[in-house]
Design a protein around this ligand. Sequence first.
Ligand code: HEC
Ligand code: HEC
Length: 664
Amino acid sequence: MKRFRLCRRAIPVLLLLAIVLPARADNDVITDFPGADVNIGERLFLETRFSQYFFTNALGDANAVVPGDPIMATLQTTNGSVPGPFAGQAMNCRQCHIVDEVGYGPFGNHTLGNRTYADFARRSPIPARDDGQTITPRNSPTLVDAVLPRDTPLFLHHDGQFASAHDLIIATLTGRNYGWKPEEYATAVHHIATIIRDDDGMGYLAVDARDSRFRVLETFLGSYQNVFAGFNNYLGSYIFDPRGLTANLISPQYRLDMRYASDDEILETIASLIETYLKNLTFSQATNGVDFVGVGTPIFNGSPFDVFLIKNNLPQRPATNETFAQYSGRLLQMVTALPNPQFVTDPADGLFETHTQKFQFGQVELAGLKIFLTGKDSPRGNGQANVGNCVTCHSLPAFTDFIFHNTGATQAEYDTIHGLGSFNQVDVPGLAARQANHNAYLPPTPNHPYATGIFETVPTQAQPGQVDLGLWNVYENPDFPAPQPGLRQILPRLMGVTPPQIENAEMLSQQFVFSGAKGPPDGIYYILASENALLPTTNWTIIATNTFDPQGHFNFSTPVAPGTAQTFYKLSLQMPTPAKALPRTIALFKTPTLRDLAHSGPYLHTGRLDSFEDVIRFYQDFSVKARLGEVRNADPELREIFLDDGAILPLAAFLRSLNEDYTD
Ligand code: HEC
Ligand code: HEC
């Protein structure tokens, strides 16, 4: 969708190209560096030779044609398997993150429909090795909006294992999804670099794939070596003058001279280019939204829901200085008070090409929106009985808060296999025991290639006790240092510690007095003081340690002698130690976006739910269980969901109104 091909800027270039270029289907050309990086990033995303299967079958020839990896012959769907779009080849990113291969656009085979860079499987099949692993532990998520700018640290994978797309890409290319075992990391790196060095640019991907999108001016020049060099002929001049002719070039910061580049430099550059491609995958936005390289604030406009907001002059995103919670509260008030809602109808306001549903937002969708936005503190208008509380975690406008919660998805799967209540019985070690025996409990990595990963496992009848605990695998795991600072930053939110409200602060006869509410009941807080408000908190002085009362109130006073320097005060909450926090990360998973869900089912990290209605019934069930105290480590917000059967139809209609025509 967000493939920017800027043709207007370069008319003389285009004329020249019209003569030189072999016919390109889309007949336009990428004239800017970011566009070129995205293009080569996509080629690398589709590259099938980085895999361990290719490595063992090509016998050192980077351009060999090998018999296809059997895993690529088919695609798994929830109804059996279909022919794979990359049959006859080896693993690539697109096998598990499909877009239009089996769908609508010009490249699809018009069978199963488009995807938003997810696949059709509950869990994705991986290349066979002798380790018994056959599928990914989790459902493949959409990649559209996955690296959207946000006000929280970036976490990738359902469990937040990665803090950057860069690290994720390197780990994926050299990891089990590509057939590599953890102990083969060094071999993988060298093999991948060798493909880039030795590629002759004559393969199907470089020449013909996707309507020759990756072909360069003269086919024989399309080797990675040339592209990565920016067509430098190594004698100091470009094969083509890049000032006049920038088709398919590469940004200067990514140029590599293959005569000198190390394996690591090559891998780093591949990761940067694929990352540029990922940043470019966004849902439809206004032009002043996120730009090409992912900078800016998204103003979504592609779904019937977005069109409804636009038609009714409703705010499409939080105002400056407004929190997501305040924005959704305001939006709920505004939609409840709409005197005369302007509905979205098909075809007057739009129509879908990639969905069979109508492009509409009417009464039913509006009712669903209200349930979605209603939370525990919302005013209940018109006897509204249903409280979705969905927006607390699926914050608008991206429909995710980008952090982690336990909705009960892991427990639902485990208990289905091992019996009701069995997840509560799973023996999970504490921090000290876990750190003392890394291999017994934590996932395998190149540092610990023989670790069992029993808590990052698809549960099966045969292996009681093996389950997927999500964030628990990552939190304070020394093999995953990158996400730890971000996790520390969001820890108060993960622990459900919301900042207490200061209700009163005043000077009373040479005493500074302040009081408030909504602290954690009986929780500990510190009062910090500083004469300089700008100093980092760690440099403030702790002047008192107190506890909130059982209702979460606090009250503090300190004498202030007349004439002393101005002092600033801060209230700071005591956070649980890592040992205390670890059990509370059990079964937490990252909140996914809800945009265009019809293109990314089945749902949840388990891939067990097939329809929106199934997911809503799951929330009905688990909110009741959470109130009964039957959900292990339930998110407190789960208890605040109240849905009767009348909520299913409108909520599902609302989720459908978030669909859009996502095409490549
Ligand atoms: C064999 C299937 C498979 C292949 C191949 C694969 N992925 Fe994934 N991808 C997944 C699965 C499954 C997840 C979820 C992983 C998890 O949470 O543990 C995922 C997660 C991701 C995410 C995180 C999204 C988010 O919102 O957290 C990104 C980004 C991603 N993949 C990019 C890639 C790239 C780039 C490649 C190629 C280098 C690739 N994937 C190859 C299956 C695959
Ligand atoms: C406490 C936070 C929270 C609340 C409240 C919440 N969700 Fe979720 N939602 C999540 C998380 C986290 C996941 C991923 C769970 C997993 O895969 O383990 C999720 C997953 C989903 C999915 C599946 C998406 C996918 O791509 O797999 C849908 C649909 C969904 N939620 C809709 C809703 C609706 C509708 C409501 C309100 C009734 C709601 N959620 C309330 C946090 C929440």
